[in-house]
Design a protein around this ligand. Structure first.
Ligand code: 5AD
Length: 370
């Protein structure tokens, strides 16, 4: 039998203990898990929550991930690419308004036109955001999929700023069968899990703070799979994690497999955040937008369970309908220019402060790079 209070005092955990913690459902038990995760977040990373202004630059995608609402074969979505002026403009707005960093995210593209377009955006953002407030310029996180190491290197160079440079590439699940199921097209596996791991290694070589993550509650996924995901985070020695619940998309290709019931999926997602905090210590963990689909204060609860990063959406509202990775994505009409300020009071109500004008590098990475 497991004793929850004893387990929560530990520094290292067995697989069995991790699975037990992930599976907690009793409200009092979940409360204890939350309190311990929150305590360890403060202890390991401080009291601040960092903003990454999210700019969804484009929904044009060459990949056909079966779970995703903007997969290539979905012809119901109008494709867009933001202008350079708009992307840089949003980035400058972020810098001026105290967001220490932004995240540029888009569908996966490998053509030279796109690669050099991102390069040009990065050069301009850096040039225009180095200031007294931000001596290294605006912190940059890229989330632009699998790329050859040469491309990662080009973008790193263009960012002008390897001290505040990050990349987020989720591996989605460490269960190979499940990964293949999620990415198999007409008779072929479009994506290969080992390539994803190689990308993460290459990103490390190029000097990025390495972020990854998984989807929680994928049809067929077990608690043991999630435990294996956490072990993989450890093995990859990641600096940050962005993960969220798997949510069904009518525009994707997995509708027939359904989705976990909302309340259960929400608690499991929070448990996963908390257990990652317990096991992985001083990394950054982002409160995913997808949490907000399951609960009106989903991201705030994510903070209570161990997150220390949040990504307010800075994409102009006219593009948001085109970036529906899953159904019921919230914030379609949120005004990007006031959202961050309104969010602050909700963060304060959780006993946390916003890390204004700070790019919020993960403590894990800072200690690694001393
Ligand atoms: N539900 C939850 N997350 C999703 N993503 C894509 N589609 C979905 C979905 N249906 C996530 C994936 C991907 C990231 C860009 O968005 O984890 O890595």
């Amino acid at each position: 039998m497991f004793n929850l209070s004893d387990i929560l005092k530990k520094q290292t955990f067995t697989d069995e203990e991790i699975v037990y913690l992930l599976g907690l459902t009793d409200p009092q038990d979940c409360q204890k898990l939350k309190e311990e995760a929150y305590r360890r977040t403060t202890e390991n990373t401080g009291n601040k929550v960092y903003y990454r202004g999210l700019i969804e630059c484009s929904n044009i995608c060459t990949a056909n991930c079966r779970y995703c609402g903007i997969r290539k074969d979905n012809h119901n979505v109008k494709r867009y690419l933001m202008d350079k002026e708009d992307i840089v403009g949003q980035a400058l707005w972020a810098a001026d308004n105290g967001y220490g960093s932004i995240c540029l995210q888009a569908g996966e593209r490998h053509d030279e036109k796109f690669i050099s377009f991102i390069e040009e955006c990065l050069i301009e953002i850096h040039e225009k955001t180095v200031s007294e407030k931000l001596p290294d310029g605006l912190g940059i996180t890229l989330s632009l999929g699998e790329q050859p190491i040469e491309v990662y290197e080009r973008w790193a160079k263009a960012s002008g700023n390897r001290r505040n440079l990050r990349y987020l590439a989720r591996f989605e699940t460490s269960n190979r069968e499940l990964f293949d199921m999620l990415h198999s097209g007409k008779g072929n596996n479009e994506k290969v899990l080992d390539n994803r791991f190689r990308c993460l290694q290459n990103l490390r070589e190029c000097g990025y703070q390495v972020g990854t993550g998984v989807m929680i509650g994928i049809p067929g996924q077990t608690l043991e799979d999630l435990c294996a995901d956490i072990r993989m985070f450890q093995k990859l020695d990641v600096d940050m994690i962005g993960m969220g619940p798997y949510l069904m998309s009518e525009e994707a290709d997995l509708v027939s497999l359904g989705q976990m019931e909302n309340d259960k999926l929400f608690q499991l997602s929070l448990n996963m955040i908390a257990v990652c905090r317990l096991v992985l210590g001083n990394i950054n963990i982002a409160a995913a937008t997808a949490l907000q689909v399951l609960h009106p204060e989903g991201r705030e609860l994510g903070i209570e369970y161990g997150c220390n990063v949040i990504m307010p959406n800075l994409s102009p509202t006219k593009f948001r309908k085109g970036y529906q990775l899953y159904d019921f994505k919230p914030g379609l009409k949120d005004d990007p220019f006031t959202f961050g300020v309104r969010l602050e009071s909700r963060i304060n109500s959780r006993g946390r402060e916003v890390g204004w004008n700070d790019s919020g590098s993960s403590k894990k990475w800072l200690m690694r790079s001393i």
